[in-house]
Design a protein around this ligand. Structure first.
Ligand code: F0G
Length: 373
């Protein structure tokens, strides 16, 4: 299919494999296991640049709009399709939650068994619910994500299973299509800065690959700088050392020994970019700003990219007019406990109109005072 650089959208979106097959390792014989992932909105910011005190063109690529609510679906459609082509019956992954939700969904469509290893007590409820509902064999490990990934590698030595973590190159191939969409949605140009959270580091690797492919194919005439953010308690790449006990409220990126460490550093250095850290407080603040000023509900890990833009804005990092794209990797609904913990508690009233009016009048006043300091 010819790529029309001006127009990413079609009335009947076929999913990323059909849309971008000339850039993907598929043939006419590859069965396409799809939930019509991709084609996610690139939402222009309306308030945050002003709040951050910068004059930039800021966009949110809302990957939470994928079928299972995260960017993982782009890589999973390809990984599961290739596993089906190769005759796999069982797929396995380690996950902080989103990969397991996506693997379970696509495996169920392909008629495969999925096995997911997750760190016990450390994944968001929505993600656990998804893996369970799609019928995965869910194993909660008394350990962290890095332990889960180590076990998955060992398991694959013992049993005929296909690993669908991002150490599977098809995952990276599928995820690179996010870059293609961004360039098309910007009318045939890349952003100046591509900002995203970094955990196991597959995604930064994939986006960088995607941009380079569009560049070498002459579809864009320059490359963006890749700007990654890790959570301060889980920042092995920033610190230059493995973290044995990673900590952060952003459980999706609570990873101490990223599998794609080297390629993340390459993406940073080849693009003239950065990988820095943001604190849990900065992540939480950014998640609330995004929800309350932009109307976009993203999960905590995703908000790390926005916290990063706020931090770099304070330092005067962005030149005036720069085009900045933040990847919002997962939907806020994935992690309702965290949202309820950080947002204002609901008010309670007796079932009486006067009580309700009184409460509303006071709440509206308080909101107005808050927005006009
Ligand atoms: N944001 C979200 C919402 C994620 O779920 C992840 C990773 C990342 C960012 C980081 O991406 O690992 O490619 O650097 N989640 C994986 C999982 C680890 O198991 O769902 P990365």
């Amino acid at each position: 299919m010819e790529i029309d650089i001006e127009s990413p959208h079609s009335a009947a979106w076929p999913g990323i494999i059909q849309r971008y097959k000339r850039y993907l390792p598929v043939t006419a014989d590859t069965p396409v296991i799809t939930l019509l992932e991709g084609n996610t909105p690139l939402i222009p910011a309306v308030s945050l640049p002003r709040l951050f005190g910068v004059d930039i063109e800021l966009y949110f690529k809302f990957e939470g709009m994928n079928p299972t609510g995260s960017f993982k679906d782009r890589g999973m459609t390809l990984a599961i399709s290739k596993a089906a082509e190769e005759g796999a019956e069982i797929v396995v992954c380690a996950s902080t939650g989103n990969t397991s939700a996506s693997a379970a969904a696509y495996a169920s469509r392909a008629g495969m068994i999925s096995t997911v290893l997750i760190p016990r007590g450390n994944i968001a409820q929505g993600k656990l619910a998804q893996a369970m509902m799609h019928g995965a064999v869910v194993v909660q490990i008394d350990g962290n994500f890095d332990d889960c990934l180590r076990l998955v590698r060992a398991l694959a030595e013992e049993r005929p299973v296909a690993i669908v973590n991002s150490i599977n190159p098809y995952r990276i191939e599928g995820q690179k299509t996010g870059s293609f969409e961004i360039c098309q949605q910007l009318g045939g140009r890349p952003p100046d800065y591509h900002v995203l959270p970094v955990g196991n580091a597959g995604n930064i690797t994939a986006y960088w690959k995607g941009y380079r492919e569009f560049f070498y194919n002459g579809l864009i005439d320059r490359l963006p700088r890749m700007i990654g953010f890790q959570a301060a308690g889980s920042a092995p790449i920033v610190r230059g050392m493995r973290i044995d006990k990673p900590e952060t409220v952003a459980t999706a990126i609570k990873i101490g020994d990223p599998a794609s460490w080297k390629s993340a550093v390459a993406a940073r250095d080849e693009s003239g970019g950065l990988i820095e850290e943001v604190t849990d407080d900065e992540i939480t603040h950014a998640q609330k700003l995004l929800a309350s000023y932009e109307g976009v509900f993203a999960e905590p890990a995703s908000a790390a990219s926005v916290a990063g833009v706020a931090k770099l804005s304070r330092k005067g990092f962005f030149p005036k007019g720069a085009c900045v794209v933040c990847i919002l990797t997962g939907h806020g609904l994935k992690d309702p406990e965290r949202a309820i913990a950080i947002a204002e508690a609901p008010a309670r009233s007796s079932a009486n109109i006067h009580a309700v009016l009184d409460l509303l009048d006071r709440a509206v006043e308080a909101r107005k005072r808050h927005s006009n300091p």
